[in-house]
Ligand binder design. Structure first.
Ligand SMILES: [Zn+2]
Length: 118
């Protein structure tokens, strides 16, 4: 800088400033992109945590599931998925015992009678 004229120094300062501005602009843009990605990540994480809580609670409902209440079969799907106690209705024929949940359509065959021994 010793041999530069005053105007050359001014131009050089402006050049350095413009380069710094361009570099800073690029970094600010990258920061905005990262912030946006982080926000999306937070939303995804919150959704996964919520889903996880739901699944843990659903799994734990097995502990309070009663397959039969007063000989009335109870729908396992409604209990585990929706925390509801729904009785299943007999849809069977003479040959088979079939029970159905009218809330969700869950079907189950029962073998209420002991199998016949030959
Ligand atoms: Zn059901």
């Amino acid at each position: 800088m010793r041999h530069c004229t005053r105007s050359a120094r001014v131009r050089f300062r402006e050049t350095l400033t413009r380069d710094a501005e361009r570099l800073a602009f690029d970094e600010k843009k990258k920061a905005r992109d990262l912030r946006h990605r982080l926000d999306l990540h937070d939303e995804t994480k919150a959704k996964l945590e919520s889903d996880l809580d739901d699944k843990v609670a659903a799994g734990a409902r097995l502990d309070t599931y009663q397959p039969l209440i007063d000989d009335t079969p109870q729908c396992p799907r409604c209990r585990i998925w929706r925390a509801r106690k729904e009785p299943m209705v007999d849809h069977g024929t003479q040959d088979q015992n079939l029970f159905k949940c009218h809330e969700c359509g869950y079907l189950a065959f029962s073998c209420l009678e002991e199998p016949r021994h030959r």
